[in-house]
Write a protein that binds this ligand. Structure first.
Ligand SMILES: [Zn+2]
Length: 451
């Protein structure tokens, strides 16, 4: 029996609701109700939320006030009004972010956040608790489809925070272990020599599910299979997130972990956008956001079956609203509704971020997100790309931003050497980082086989 999980559900969550006003369970119940609606009812619910958001933006948000003339149409045709507004790129948002605060909105009490983004373009923004809690509720709703409950024990293959002191680290680990009921295996410091220790820890801890970057889970699966280890436990699934999950990775992960892979599609600056159901469909969280797929050239909505840029309009975010925000990914709408009966629209395919894992001079694996983690806190970098040529050579490309200063680049280089070892590091300043053949800019690229 998982005593820790019971304590979290029965004591910790209710206390958080009383003392911190946490509403995740309320929002989760709401999402459980809305997923029982018909597709038409769901569309009406979305329209009502969109009307409120558009009225707010057109009357109070400086970036959208020039479209106030559309206000009269909002009541009868909110979706049409939305399509008349411009799409928002990360670059435009970053350069004009102050215009996205509603008039009279104080930053006090808001949650600052940053993202390295899928294109290596750091974006700074603010959120409120309500928006964050709706994201969390959407994740728990998706996990509930797999019979996974909040507080269930999990193992996370993840980038652990790098900026913490020893004392902060202990506090982080205790919080993870006892308040979140999960243990973290660092994807920034993964060693083959420690595999058996990890396996013993997993067997002792008995997680219900795993959670991690697609590429890191796949690497872990390869390491297990090479040693003839399969984790045939009672796992309900392995949740793959933050990156495109390729079929070859899914197959290998399922073989090594002995359970199904669950694809989660989300973004720091977009929330939990879609979740895979047991029938295999990626269901969009339509209660939280209007998702459009737009043609790459015309920016008009694409037909079913065609790929389009994912544009997110978060329906809960009123403190720094972004309408039709291009998240940097590409997806395809599925024609048929899912056989599971849920009314939520379905993506057939998502092409998101692809991160490479780097190998240090000592043979340790470092997930590419490590570099993103550092860069997002450096104000002077507009874009970057880090390329591992071979085990000894790393090349860093930097597009300087408005607040560029060399000190930050020296700091970045030092952080790279801290994990990679005594490598030869070259730095190049440029004004453009070209996209790969897939059309996406990859910020972490390794130019040789991993193993
Ligand atoms: Zn389904």
């Amino acid at each position: 029996m998982d005593l820790n999980g019971i304590l979290i559900r029965r004591i910790y969550f209710p206390l958080m609701e009383i003392f911190k006003g946490n509403k995740i369970r309320t929002y989760l119940n709401y999402l459980h109700e809305t997923e029982k609606m018909s597709a038409e009812e769901l569309k009406r619910l979305q329209a009502e939320k969109l009307k409120g958001l558009l009225t707010h933006c057109l009357t109070r948000v400086p970036a959208y006030k020039e479209y106030e003339f559309l206000l009269d149409s909002v009541e009868n045709a909110p979706f049409e009004v939305l399509t008349k507004l411009p799409v928002l790129t990360k670059k435009h948002f970053s350069e004009n972010s102050e215009l996205y605060f509603p008039e009279g909105q104080s930053k006090q009490g808001l949650i600052p956040n940053r993202t390295g983004g899928s294109t290596g373009e750091p974006v700074k923004f603010y959120m409120d608790r309500k928006t964050v809690e709706y994201y969390e509720a959407a994740r728990w709703r998706g996990l509930s489809w797999w019979d996974i409950r909040p507080g269930d024990p999990s193992v996370m293959l993840w980038g652990s925070p790098i900026e913490l002191s020893q004392k902060q680290r202990w506090s982080y680990e205790l919080k993870e272990r006892y308040l979140k009921n999960r243990i973290v295996i660092s994807a920034y410091d993964l060693k083959e020599s420690e595999l058996e220790r990890h396996v013993k820890l997993i067997e002792k801890f008995q997680p219900v599910y795993f959670y991690g970057y697609a590429s890191a889970l796949d690497l872990f699966a390869q390491m297990l299979l090479d040693r003839g280890i399969t984790l045939q436990g009672k796992f309900k699934g392995v949740v793959s997130t933050a990156e495109t999950l390729f079929d070859f990775q899914r197959e290998r992960i399922e073989r090594a972990f002995g359970c199904k892979t669950i694809n989660e599609y989300g973004a720091r600056d977009g929330g939990i956008i879609a979740y895979q159901c047991p029938e295999g469909s990626m269901h969009v969280t339509a209660e939280n956001a209007v998702i459009e797929l737009l043609d790459m050239d015309t920016l008009q909505p694409v037909k079913q079956g065609q790929s389009g840029l994912v544009a997110v309009t978060d329906l809960n975010n009123r403190v720094m609203p972004r309408l039709r925000y291009l998240i940097g990914d590409v997806a395809v709408w599925q024609k048929q509704p899912c056989e599971c009966g849920r009314p939520l629209p379905v993506f057939t395919e998502i092409k998101g971020r692809e991160d490479d894992i780097f190998v240090t001079t000592a043979g340790t694996y470092v997930h590419g997100h490590y570099f993103n983690h550092i860069a997002r806190n450096l104000d002077g970098i507009s874009k970057f790309q880090i390329i591992q040529k071979d085990r000894q050579r790393v090349h860093l490309k930097i597009v300087p931003g408005n607040n560029f200063n060399e000190e930050e680049i020296r700091f970045f280089a030092q952080k790279i050497r801290e994990v990679m070892g005594n490598i030869e590091l070259t730095v190049q300043y440029t004004d453009k980082i070209p996209a790969a053949a897939s059309g996406k800019v990859r910020y972490a690229v390794r130019e040789f086989p991993l193993r």
